[in-house]
Design a protein around this ligand. Structure first.
Ligand SMILES: [Fe+2]
Length: 318
């Protein structure tokens, strides 16, 4: 013991100098990981969502979802990787929840090759076989909403702003999509939110960029689930995916990522596939989301989650 103390005293300066060297090395390592590694670690989140109206059927509809692409100049390869990951899931429907562009505060830096972006996004359509729906986000408006609409139209992607789609996948298997584009929560008039028709019997999903809008969505509208993005899951997080940097959203920090219930309405918020502000992610890798809509009775009882007045069985993201 005595020898250890003497040894430390003799070499104290070296120990302190070494420790001081380790601090910047640690900071650089975290920065390097967050800037060069984690943004490229694209993950896939799978969940099953129960549709009680489909009980007694074999209906299974796969939705692939992605958002917050935030494509910057020269990022065609990153975009291609995301598009390939979505296609590999062989989805029945693809839903894109906005923020396709990264809008710089200096408009001279907004120089995306939009025709190239269009050609890459068009691959999602799988030769016209896969329906693809989208809404715009706040960065798309900041970049130029008319340009982004044209880019998506050229990619043969249908915008819901507001808009609806009723998709038939065989007898007793229908999916209804309603959606709006939102520059931010305050600029959407709740009266413009489209509702499923009263005769609709199936899976009704609401598509929007900012999760804030779920607050204004009347429960009686009949939507089973809202799909949103915008929060990036926090983007820079503490271990355990706890958002470290607040995101500009009325309810975004509370609902940064995952499945939530808000006022009796289900909401899924994706972490997105890109980054705004800093090109960094920490403890919050990018994701695409695969949601299998299944009859309620197809899920095991261990994964049931009962809601007051509206029992559903929900398999949470794995
Ligand atoms: Fe975003």
């Amino acid at each position: 013991m005595r020898f250890g103390i003497d040894f430390f005293r003799r070499h104290a300066r070296k120990f302190i100098f070494g420790a001081l060297l380790l601090i910047p090395l640690f900071i650089f390592s975290v920065f390097a990981w967050a800037h060069w590694v984690e943004p490229n670690r694209l993950t896939t989140t799978y969940l099953k969502y129960p549709i009680p109206e489909w009980n007694g059927t074999d209906n299974r509809i796969r939705i692939a979802m992605a958002g917050d692409f935030h494509v910057r100049h020269g990022e065609a390869d990153r975009l291609k990787r995301v598009i390939n990951a979505l296609r590999e899931q062989s989805p029945d429907i693809i839903i894109l929840v906005g923020d396709f562009a990264f809008a710089s505060s200096d408009p001279h830096k907004n120089t995306l090759d939009l025709p190239l972006m269009s050609r890459i996004f068009r691959r999602l359509r799988n030769g016209g076989k896969t329906p693809v729906y989208a809404c715009l986000g706040n960065h798309d408006y900041a970049y130029g909403d008319a340009k982004m609409r044209k880019m998506l139209e050229d990619a043969d992607i249908t915008l819901l702003e507001p808009g609806t789609a009723r998709l038939h996948f065989g007898e007793n298997c229908e999916v209804f999509l309603g959606g709006v584009s939102n520059r931010n929560q305050r600029e959407v008039d709740p009266k413009t939110i489209p509702f499923p028709p009263e005769d609709f019997y199936g899976a009704a999903l609401f598509v929007v960029h900012s999760p804030d809008l779920v607050v204004d969505l009347p429960r009686e509208a009949g939507y089973a689930l809202t799909l949103a993005g915008h929060t990036h899951g926090g983007q820079i997080c503490l271990p355990g995916r706890i958002p470290f940097v607040p995101h500009a959203s009325r309810i975004g920090d509370q609902y940064a990522h995952g499945m939530f219930e808000e006022g009796g309405k289900d909401l899924f918020v994706t972490r997105g596939v890109g980054e705004s502000r800093l090109r960094m992610r920490l403890f919050c890798p990018p994701e695409i989301v695969v949601i299998d809509l299944v009859p309620t009775e197809a899920l095991p009882e261990s994964q049931w989650r009962n809601r007051a007045g509206n029992p559903r069985k929900i398999q949470l993201p794995q």
